[in-house]
Design a binder for this molecule. Structure first.
Ligand SMILES: [Ca+2]
Ligand SMILES: [Ca+2]
Length: 331
């Protein structure tokens, strides 16, 4: 309490000094003619902050080419929402403190005045004061405003005895509730479809093409595949040159789940790719019978042993008359 009283007394004393100082500036200024408009701006214009966090607001003069030699700043703020921690003058442009920074967190008021006695007087964008605030309690929009209650204690800018027309731009502070961020699990956007393909007559089952919902992959050596389409209902197709292709319609891929399809064995012998195993396949294979490595194309070398021989013919003959779709006991 003693500290608070001292602060209030100091603030009141400072404001009194400020009043006298500003009176000097302003009476003198009243004798002069108004010059170009300048802007006194609090920047940033908007602040979003959480309770108990601190932030800085600068008091800036934007004068363009208009020189200035004095400024007095009187601000108000809601002391239930904000508290001033410090106010630091920038003496670069206006080095003489006419009124050192003074504030009162009980009433929510701050004052400061500064000037320069020598020429050239500064112009342009001039920082006057940096104020450090602490946010106290949530508020949708609390304004750090230029005081208007007492005409002797309003914000003014002067040059050579004249008060300059000044636009005053306040700052609005939104103090947001410090609500914890909910730890929500993002919705699953993919599903998984997996299974195994056996290539008849082979021990290496790699290379079969599997297509699901616009995605595709090939099987590994053990014939296993997995794809992750967006959830939905799809037809799954499996194919490889030299084999009948298989289709599993109506496969439901559920978000975050794996749909395991039954194993499918592709039948060998459709070497001309017309979706049936017949005489033409036998003719094509026969035309290159006994061809040795590395010449046999993969779709003719049905058992993938590097040669076209009786073993491939036997495979084909065993499936003679079969056609697409390749049998697949699946949903
Ligand atoms: Ca064929
Ligand atoms: Ca072969």
């Amino acid at each position: 309490m003693t500290d608070l009283r001292n602060r209030r007394t100091n603030a009141a004393r400072a404001w009194s000094v400020a009043g006298a100082a500003s009176l000097c500036i302003l009476i003198c200024a009243a004798l002069g003619a108004a010059a170009s408009a300048v802007t006194v701006v609090l920047t940033p214009a908007t602040v979003i902050v959480s309770p108990m966090n601190t932030f800085g607001v600068e008091v800036m003069l934007r004068t363009g080419s208009q020189p200035v030699d004095g400024v007095q700043v009187y601000l108000t703020y809601d002391p239930a929402v904000l508290q001033v921690l410090s106010a630091t003058p920038d003496a670069t442009a206006l080095p003489i403190e006419i009124l050192p920074p003074a504030w009162d967190n009980a009433t929510g008021a701050l004052a400061y005045a500064a000037g320069i006695l020598s020429e050239p007087a500064p112009s342009g964008d001039l920082r006057v004061l940096t104020i450090r605030f602490r946010a106290l309690s949530p508020h949708p929009g609390s304004t750090i405003a230029f005081a208007t209650a007492d005409p002797a204690r309003t914000t003014k800018v002067s040059y050579s005895g004249a008060i300059l027309a000044a636009n005053l731009t306040p700052s609005v502070v939104t103090v947001v509730s410090a609500t914890p961020t909910p730890t929500s699990t993002p919705p699953t956007t993919t599903a998984t479809v997996s299974g195994r393909v056996v290539l008849q007559g082979r021990s290496d089952h790699s290379g079969a093409l599997v297509c699901v919902g616009g995605l595709s992959t090939t099987t590994d050596a053990s014939g296993v595949y997995a794809l992750s389409p967006v959830p939905g209902s799809y037809g799954v197709t499996v194919s490889l040159g030299g084999y009948l292709s298989a289709t599993c319609p109506g496969v439901v891929a559920r978000a975050g789940a794996t749909t395991q399809l039954t194993e499918v064995t592709l039948l060998a012998g459709d070497v001309d790719g017309d979706c049936q195993i017949g005489l033409f396949d036998l003719v094509v294979l026969g035309a290159r019978f006994n061809q040795l490595p590395p010449a046999p194309p993969p779709h003719l070398d049905l058992n993938a042993d590097g040669a076209l021989n009786i073993l491939d013919v036997v495979l084909l003959a065993g499936n003679y008359g079969r056609f697409c779709p390749n049998p697949w006991a699946c949903p």
